[in-house]
Design a protein. Sequence first.
Length: 160
Amino acid sequence: MKTIEIDDEVYEVLLGRIRDFGDTPNLVLRRELNIQGSEKISLSTQASPLQEFLNSTEFRFAKGAVGRFLAILSWLYKNNGSAFSVVEDIRGRGRIYFSKSVEELERSGRSVNPKKISGSPYWVITTTPTDLKQDMLGQVMKALGCEMATIQLAKRAIER
């Protein structure tokens, strides 16, 4: 397999053409260039752990954008427990987004509506628009070393 460099704009277009959780930028290029071959792998035969979670009953029954946001954060904690403390460095201009203390989140702004990230010692503010939740999730995943395609899939999963 060869590696090529593409600029961010081209990469974003590729991500925008992903059809389902099994697509990769390489599969998108194959489809766009009408190339048949061994890379045609279905989601059922090769799904990443995140993709499997996004297809799980637990995620599918999460209520609304907040529920899906919390479910993905919980999954990330379960899979990156020791590294998850990076969330404490993710902040807004005047707000703290994540903390182990509800009181600290409540002191950082009005109407933050902290919710517990299930299975973790962390709380997160939830009175943000969906696009900010997606941005927060993207920052967490990037800090945890996730690939851009994985981050984009998770961000899209919040809004569906």
